[in-house]
Write a protein that binds this ligand. Structure first.
Ligand code: NAD
Ligand code: MG
Length: 423
């Protein structure tokens, strides 16, 4: 990947005196104002589950959703939010009607979403899925407080621009993805020169032991049965293809002070160790927790304090055995494609991610076979390369144009493949 901004020490806050480490900051004691972007989704609901257990500690500012008015309105009322925003403007009337008489503001559309993300809050949970999360998350970053980053696509699409915005605003960025939360903890503010490598673990998903022949016939229902994690549909399919781990490599590259060659993936079917950091003295530090997003979410909300999370506690004796395997990149080609895009840099990760979103939608709609997800991504990348679309760009508009163009290329390919006998 090309040149990039110096990575912010995570959990550090830029002050006039330069970065001050989070460990020197005061533990969280005051009531915290929280906004949740993507409140109706899996990460959003896990966040609100935690917040709802400790109403004395949290105050809800903005909650957002895409189109599910009932779910959004229920959450807004239950958590006494200041404002609820529905991204799809067509649902404004329904949301306003649902919130009438509650004192909760209703708003709709992209501008309202950005305005809500910028409302003063101690922490904004960025839990929107996919490229749609980029602008609202950047809006949250611009207010210069804490952003708890679940939306990995922000970093995949526009890693440099995003990290520059974080640095410029002096925003404290807390990773929410379990692997990156684990790395954050295992790094513990270490000197980057002392780090040899970072190992992200992958569960291997529901098809870890399936042959290519079986994978060719895998159905959406089978892909959506994740053995360990309960998550949204898109990321669950990404976990089955291992694209999720590929996107996480790119995410880690932007978050932590390492080069692509220092990032590894190991399959760990129990999903107990989420990542490890290997140091030059031979030590490896790992973070362990049950596969429940409420642990990394709790860390992102409360750090540098630790708040209670009602997750299953680990019993090492009951577990008895943790196992590790190398990922099979013959069967799971998405991982290699993502690694290649990370090394190539420029707009390659953005094109990879856009094509993958199209492919996953098509797979879930029964229009594409499981193995064709990676194939569609690979061919879209080839076409984008041939059109000179993979060079680095400097502004957000150009990133979003590339994203839209990559989607068009992927959809065109999909159309061609849908013709009987075309493939
Ligand atoms: P989800 O599909 O369950 O929820 C997505 C949320 O985004 C919903 O609130 C939805 O209404 C909203 N949304 C969807 N399209 C939108 C649009 N066009 N405009 C505005 N809002 C829109 O997704 P999720 O599983 O909660 O994942 C959210 C993010 O967190 C993803 O980037 C994912 O990669 C990341 N993440 C999720 C998990 C997990 O356990 N679910 C773990 C790690 C990282
Ligand atoms: Mg993860």
């Amino acid at each position: 990947m090309g040149e990039r901004t110096a990575v912010l020490p995570l959990g550090a806050r830029l002050t006039d005196d330069g970065p001050a480490t989070a460990s020197r900051a005061q533990p969280v004691v005051a009531r915290r104002r929280i906004s949740v972007l993507g409140a109706t989704g899996s990460v959003g609901q896990s966040t609100l589950d935690l917040v709802g257990r400790d109403p004395a500690m949290f105050e809800l500012v903005a909650l957002t959703g895409n189109s599910n008015v009932d779910a959004l309105a229920d959450l807004a009322v239950r958590h006494a939010a200041e404002i609820a925003v529905i991204a799809d403007e067509r649902h404004y009337g329904a949301l306003k009607a649902r919130l009438a008489g509650t004192g909760i503001e209703a708003a709709a559309g992209p501008a309202a979403l950005a305005e809500a993300a910028m409302r003063p809050a101690d922490c904004v949970m960025a839990g929107i899925i996919g490229a749609a999360g980029l602008r609202p998350t950047l809006a949250a970053v611009s207010q210069g407080r804490r952003v708890a980053l679940a939306n990995k696509e922000c970093l995949v699409l526009a890693g440099r621009i995003f990290m520059d915005a974080v640095r410029d605003a002096g925003t404290e960025l807390m990773p929410v993805d379990s692997e990156h939360s684990a790395v954050f903890q295992a790094l513990a503010g270490a000197d980057p020169a002392a780090v040899e490598r970072i190992v992200l673990t992958a569960s291997g998903g529901p098809f870890r032991t399936w042959s290519r022949e079986q994978l060719a016939r895998a159905t959406p229902q089978e892909a959506l049965c994740h053995p360990n994690w309960s998550m949204g549909r898109k990321i669950t399919v990404d976990s089955a293809t291992l694209m999720n781990k590929g996107l996480e490599l790119i995410e880690a590259y932007h978050l932590f002070p390492v080069e692509p060659g220092q990032l590894e993936v190991v399959v760990h079917p129990q999903s107990i160790i989420h990542a490890l950091v290997a140091y030059r003295d031979g030590s490896m530090l790992a973070q362990l927790s049950s596969p429940d997003m409420r642990t990394p979410i709790a860390l992102s909300l409360a750090w540098p304090a630790r708040m209670a999370a009602p997750t299953k506690r680990i019993d090492l004796v009951e577990l008895a055995c943790l196992t590790f395997e190398r990922p099979d990149e013959e069967r799971f080609q998405a991982l290699g494609l993502a690694r290649q895009a990370m090394r190539q840099g420029g707009m390659a990760p953005a094109v990879l991610s856009a094509a993958n979103e199209v492919a996953v939608d098509a797979f879930l709609a029964g229009r594409l076979g499981f193995l064709q997800i990676a194939q569609l991504v690979a061919e879209t990348l080839e076409m984008a390369d041939a059109r000179g679309m993979l060079a680095e760009v400097d502004d957000l508009g150009a990133v979003l144009d590339t994203d839209a163009e990559a989607r068009r290329l992927a959809l065109n390919l999909l159309e061609k493949w849908s013709v009987p006998g075309a493939r």
